[in-house]
Design a protein around this ligand. Sequence first.
Ligand code: FES
Length: 555
Amino acid sequence: MTRRIRLVSGLIMFSYLISHFTNHMLGLVSLDAMEAGLRIVYPFWSYPLVSWALYGAFAAHFSLALWALWQRRTLRMPVAMAVQYVLGFTVPLLAIQHATLTRIAESFYGADRGYYTNVLFGLWHTHPLNGALQALLLVIAWTHACIGLRYRLRLEPWYDRMQPWLYTFALLVPVLALLGYAEGGREVLERIAREPGFPEQATYGRPTPEVQDELADIVAWGRGFVLGSIAAVLAARQMRRWLQARRGLVRIGYPSGQSIDVVRGTSILEASRMLRIPHASVCGGRGRCSTCRVRVRGKAGALPPPSKDEAAVLRRVGAPPNVRLACQLRPRGDVEAVPLLPPLVHASEGFRHSGQLHGSEKEIAILFADLRAFTRLAETRLPYDVVFLLNRYFAAMGHAIEEAGGRVDKFIGDGIMALFGIDDGAEAGCRHAIEAARLMSLGLDELNRALEHEIDAPLRIGIGIHVGPVIVGEMGYGPATQLTAVGDAVNTASRLEALSKEFACELVLSDDVAVRAGLDMTAFELHEVDIRGRRQPLVVRSVRHGELLPAPAAA
Ligand code: FES
């Protein structure tokens, strides 16, 4: 609920900023254009329901910021988050003056201040310091909003792709708004110098000096309220800390041997920050990304059960019972915590399934394929031609593998490794791998027909398939991390692919694959082969051409 209120209130205020800043941008056209824009924007935001939604959003957002400050057991936090807090609390301190001199003056004191000309006259001519502060407010409010939105959006799968556009938007809006604001101010100053009656026109409806004093009091009270609220929360935190410390501390230990005694209610993520232990927290501790997850061990009663939201995130990543979100877990007794993700993880790594992330043993079918004599072919062609040919080949083979239900693991030079049965088991994996070999063979025939006039001799392929236990998991580094498999069965599949050359055939598969696929493969020749690294010879079948393999309907 808190999260939803924060999001909705933030979005309402963000919409207000966008419309207000767009209105500022019209200053790049003229002061009249700004006034014309205001005649559309102002009535909308002045509509009672919309007005109250905006004020409500502001009050809710401010209250939630105070609540978040209260909930923290430490003020140590990532820089972006600290900047967001400081900017967020600065906004009401600066905005209250502008709001009081326009909205409050108009609504409660009958002042007629709802025009750009009046406001710009005041900000650029009468009180230029206030004008500079308003420009600063624009930047502060926008930066605060953008940091908040980034924390929210970076978990979306499309965020990386859209990042350049989002950054451009985030930069262009305030720059254009500031330029419009400056142009509007310049026009006001020019008209003061040029038109003798302009100052009277621009100060029309100005509150009387008595009202101005009252408005100044409102601003002072408002600022006092904001600063007082922040000070009260900080003081209350201090008091709580003191009281809780008297009731006893809990110890949180880490694999590095470090440990810290903290008051009850401190989250493990906060404890990591207190100890300056780098700890992943892509969503900033909001319990949404799962990147902070830890394996915990503690006495009975030390670990409160996960909340509904935490349990949902843990379920989503398939976390075992001893894994919890460090930002949500506030131990009641001594615990040991092992952070599971490296501190610099990317947002997308948060929702990887635990089993994939840490590796799990599975029985799957592995297919290796290699283009025969391609090195010789490549030597006689331009690099561009080689890339073109390879990409056509990879596209055809990749399509065949996916159509059969497999997963392309990697392209290595002109070779391909594919995995089958990760999710649906070894038997289905064997069937799918054989079907992939058949489709790859047919796909290669088709490709050869299409390239008939491009290449001297048709492309030929060698395929090896084996089934066996492997470790499946996310492996690699940074953006090169991917789900892959390692183990003896992978090496064997690769050797079978190499054997296809020796047997002058297109496919060599272990007999175990044929048996477990439940297909009648007796038509294909049987061999016993020695595979390096295996004590027992392996029984395999050689298939001269993949299109001779039984189609699924014949299975
Ligand atoms: S930091 Fe994102 S879930 Fe804990």
